[in-house]
Design a protein around this ligand. Structure first.
Ligand code: ATP
Ligand code: MG
Length: 456
């Protein structure tokens, strides 16, 4: 039975993976951890439904396991984090190391949750990601000119018929709005009468090899991929409110290897981009500027790092371990800030340029929301406000219960967002497409009844 189309504007039915096999075909079927069929269910495998997110970041790999409750909320029951060593700028460059990290994070999350998982929603980023807006047009097919799910499917197919180089694939096709006989702004056109149906969609593409490598790593770690989700899109589910998306908001995920951007206006995603710079560049600058090992530079950044010079830091001195056995030195904290600030300014200025290129710079009334580990750098919100000249706030994941203390961090915006995303798909899955015309008519009638009830 075919799946019912996803009519939510942030929905993405076309990249959805059939849960019967759980993943796209991949030549590399080797699974070190053992296939999910072989693995025994744990004692805690109760009736509650589980959704899991896997955030394969440049700095850390995080697995988040959540249990859905009957009211369609979720409780985070497991969080596992492992250092990531197999990625560069958001792209897998070492399969073995990435698999080991996924397995570590998975084990930790499963132990905490007391449940085993066999499938995950996985984030994808990297500077190979590109996005465009596209439009499709079809004639409404039915004799009574009433728009059906099939018309919607056809118009989306028409909108995504773009010419793509052989080495790129479509990751998301996200409907923004539908236009029926010239009347725009329609989020769900089913049941409308019309002759001409148009769809505006946002298409995200990525390098085929990058996506395949993610599939390989996840499969080798013994998991199935339920869906591949653009990381800033996932993060947006965790930190943005519908009201912010309506009046216009920009999400910037300042990660370890990439800085991801997603812009929303009138409730829909309008622009996405990935910049290949992040917190690792800040750390490397510190290592070079202070002549200290990278691990030491990272520690110094986390403890003393600041993106904006403050008068009160002027006289404070910090100890810096020398490289290659050289003696430690004491340097003013303001010197550290003078290393960090230009790099963070550069990254945020590139993000600003990307926003300006998008045509939506003047439509971000709710300002900017910062997520990712880099967003936790002291002073970055103030610096970002100066650069973007609009309100900026830290994006803390919301909308869940359970292990709130562990997961309510900008670092877990992508992981928590993947669960939100998975939960939406799961809900859509429950509505199977009606098999015959009478069932279809009944479903449209019910939908219209619900719509009327919502409106009045
Ligand atoms: N408290 C903090 N202050 C400053 N920087 C921080 C802090 N905590 C984490 N970071 C930085 O955040 C970065 C990691 O962020 P995050 O975990 O979001 O990246 P990632 O998801 O692994 O990478 P990416 O999304 O780029 O592939 C690192 O560079 C780390 O140094
Ligand atoms: Mg990330």
């Amino acid at each position: 039975m075919t799946k019912r189309p996803h009519f939510d504007n942030t929905l993405d039915l076309f990249t959805m993976v059939d849960k019967s096999n759980g993943h796209r075909s991949d030549p590399d079927q080797e699974v070190q951890r053992g296939s999910s069929q072989e693995r025994k269910p744990s004692r805690r495998s109760a009736t509650a439904e589980i959704v899991a997110g896997l955030d394969i970041g440049t700095n850390k790999i995080a697995v988040i396991i959540a249990e859905l409750d009957p009211r369609q909320n979720f409780q985070v029951i497991g969080v596992g984090v492992a250092p990531s060593e197999g990625l560069r700028r958001g792209v897998v460059v070492n399969l073995e190391k990435t698999v080991v990290s996924i397995q570590k994070a998975l084990r930790e999350a499963e132990l905490m949750a007391g449940r085993e998982i066999d499938a995950v929603y996985v984030g994808i980023a990297g500077d190979h990601i590109r996005s465009i807006n596209s439009r499709g047009v079809v004639a409404v097919s039915g004799p009574d000119r009433e728009i059906t799910p099939d018309d919607v499917r056809r118009v989306i197919d028409a909108a995504k018929a773009i010419s793509l180089p052989i080495d790129r694939e479509i990751i998301h096709v996200i409907p923004q709005e539908y236009i029926v006989d010239g009347q725009g702004g329609i989020k769900n056109p089913i049941g409308f009468s019309g002759v001409r149906l148009e769809a505006e969609v946002h298409i995200v593409t990525g390098a085929v090899t990058s996506a395949q490598n993610i599939y390989r790593c996840v499969q080798r770690a013994g998991l199935k991929v339920k869906g591949l989700v653009l990381e800033p899109l996932a993060s947006s589910y965790a930190v943005l409110g519908e009201d912010e998306k309506e009046i216009g908001v920009g999400l910037i995920d300042f990660g370890g290897g990439t800085t991801d951007i997603a812009l929303f206006f009138e409730g829909s995603i309008r622009h996405t981009a990935v910049i290949g710079l992040g917190g690792r560049n800040v750390t490397n600058d510190i290592a070079q500027g202070l002549r200290t090992p990278v691990e030491q530079a990272e520690k110094i950044k986390l403890k003393y790092g600041c993106a904006l010079e403050r008068k009160e830091d002027g006289n404070e001195m910090i100890e810096v371990l020398g490289v290659g056995g050289r003696p430690s030195t004491m340097v003013p904290r303001s010197y550290l800030t003078a290393i960090i600030q230009p790099r963070v300014e550069e990254i945020l200025t590139l993000a600003k340029r990307e926003i300006q290129r998008s045509d939506y710079a003047d439509f971000l009334s709710a300002g900017i929301v910062l997520t990712g580990g880099g967003a936790m750098l002291d002073g970055i919100v103030e610096l970002a406000e100066q650069i973007f000249d609009m309100p900026v706030k830290l994006g803390i994941p919301h909308g869940f219960g359970g292990l709130v203390g562990l997961a309510r961090s900008p670092i877990h915006a992508t992981g928590i967002g993947l669960i939100h995303y998975g939960m939406r798909f799961r809900q859509e899955d429950m509505h199977e497409e009606p098999e015959d015309d009478s069932a279809l008519f009944e479903s449209i009638l019910n939908w219209m009844k619900r719509l009327v009830k919502d409106l009045f």
